[in-house]
Design a protein around this ligand. Structure first.
Ligand SMILES: NC(=O)c1ccc[n+]([C@@H]2O[C@H](COP(=O)([O-])OP(=O)(O)OC[C@H]3O[C@@H](n4cnc5c(N)ncnc54)[C@H](OP(=O)(O)O)[C@@H]3O)[C@@H](O)[C@H]2O)c1
Length: 273
């Protein structure tokens, strides 16, 4: 099955947060073996070198794999986004990354957005990042970023989205601006397992609760990047692309939203809701 893309981004990728270099190496190889061609890492995950090595060792052509990395907000002082992004490319062993994101807005507004977005757009203009985008940006931050991108597309806003936290306010705003959302923590870090509604819908389609949770996000037009350290789960998660939910399933899953935000802390911006 040809990989479906949203604005040029393969709709399903493999996430590597909280994976040690050895785990990330193995996980990326299993994801690629399962057919996945989109890998998500970040400076903050401390596994870029292992991710790059797995991609090379897979024997799959570089051009066939979509790689995302992210600049950590600790690296937003003048000059640092550029320096550390080039370091990330070195670690990954590539000349150009497919997608370079700002991992978070500047923590407590320590650095001015024009400065770090300016370095991001320059990395795009000089060919080091084929696409550029943001992560964890709220509605006001998206509106502040758009003019700073100077007409260059914001390829995605990567945010927490799963059946229990559908994050519709920011998603609707981004949709109105032509920015697709990438759903991180799409399995609610495992909490989707054994949800009775997902299990029931899964039984109807011969699928697991986790697969239904991922199929729903793709139905809603999200790009998604589930993570697992287990070979069978990595393959099963990727196979969720083949599940078609009907209108009744979708209505029932939309009703599971209970504003269960999992990623929160003092480094976060003031959320939209
Ligand atoms: N931009 C950001 O700020 C940000 C923040 C968080 C995450 N992310 C990205 O999004 C990716 C995914 O998010 P995440 O890792 O937070 O959470 P997630 O993908 O929602 O959940 C991962 C957890 O679910 C379990 N799991 C995986 N497949 C499963 C299945 N089929 N059935 C039951 N449990 C399953 C995994 O356990 P096992 O390993 O035991 O399978 C793991 O504990 C990250 O790896 C990262 O790339 C980005």
């Amino acid at each position: 099955m040809a990989e479906k893309t949203i604005n040029g981004i393969p709709q399903m990728g493999y996430g590597t947060w909280n994976r040690s270099p050895d785990e990330a190496y193995q996980g990326v190889l299993w994801a690629l073996e399962a057919g996945c061609r989109h890998i998500d890492t970040a400076q903050g995950y401390r596994n870029e070198e292992a991710v790059g090595r797995a991609i090379r060792d897979s024997g799959i052509a570089r051009a066939d794999i979509y790689i995302t990395t992210k600049i950590a907000p600790e690296n937003f002082a003048a000059g640092e986004p550029t320096r550390t992004a080039l370091e990330s490319l070195d670690k990954l062993g590539i000349d150009q990354v497919d997608l370079l994101l700002l991992h978070w807005p500047s923590i407590k507004n320590e650095y001015p957005m024009p400065s770090y977005v300016g370095e991001l757009t320059a990395l795009h203009d000089n060919g080091r990042a084929r696409m550029i985008g943001v992560s964890n940006f709220t509605i006001p931050l998206i509106d502040e970023a758009i003019p700073l991108f100077g007409g260059r597309p914001i390829a995605t806003n990567q945010c927490e989205i799963h059946v229990f936290f559908q994050n519709r306010k920011v998603a609707a705003h981004c949709a109105a601006k032509g920015i697709p959302m990438t759903a991180y923590s799409p399995l609610a870090r495992g909490a989707v397992k054994n949800d009775p509604v997902l299990t029931e819908i899964g039984n109807k389609h011969g699928a697991t609760d986790a697969q239904v949770a991922l199929a729903f996000l793709m139905h809603e037009g999200r790009i998604t990047i589930p993570s697992s350290g287990k070979k069978e789960r990595i393959a099963a998660n990727f196979a969720a692309r083949n599940i078609s939910l009907d209108d009744q399933d979708v209505t029932r899953i939309r009703a599971l939203d209970k504003h269960m935000r999992l990623v929160n802390g003092p480094w976060c911006p003031v959320w939209d809701d």
